[in-house]
Design a binder for this molecule. Structure first.
Ligand code: FE
Length: 145
């Protein structure tokens, strides 16, 4: 099948959804990213490559390339996963109720491809009070000046 690099999917409009089948995702994503993005896995805390990244840039979905978070909104939550105060815009990230593992949480997924990002909590610092807790494996960092 035709494997396309994720960068080709970058676009400004969230209307242009990436609707690869699960089989296509399995064939196009590296195994560990597939495990998190499509099977809703969680990387072990304090292991992600982007946890301590403090460079200026944009964090894009590792599945489809949609730009999701800015370095300006990243902060150290102490949780062991990259944490953000907010997405680039509200329409980039969708929230879904998640009652797995015996707890009620709010899952966050990429609005463009449905890829699992992590969870959002209401214990973040000001000004938003929110903690978008995201797996490094769900993100690609694009350094900007
Ligand atoms: Fe995506």
């Amino acid at each position: 099948m035709n494997i396309r690099p994720s960068r080709l999917f970058v676009c400004d409009s969230m209307k242009d959804r990436d609707e690869r089948t699960e089989e296509e995702w399995r064939e196009t994503l590296p195994r560990e990213r597939y495990q998190v993005l499509r099977l809703k896995g969680t990387e072990r805390p304090f292991t992600g490559t982007l946890l301590r990244n403090k460079e200026n840039g944009v964090y894009a979905c590792a599945g489809c390339g949609a730009e999701l978070f800015r370095s300006d909104d990243k902060y150290d939550s102490g949780s062991g996963w990259p944490s953000f105060l907010a997405p680039i815009s509200e329409d980039r990230v969708e929230e879904r109720s998640d009652v797995s593992h015996g707890t009620a949480r709010t899952e966050i997924v990429c609005a463009r491809c449905g890829g699992h990002l992590g969870h959002v909590f209401d214990d973040g610092p000001r000004p938003t009070g929110r903690r978008y807790c995201v797996n490094s494996l769900s993100l690609d960092f694009d350094k900007r000046e």
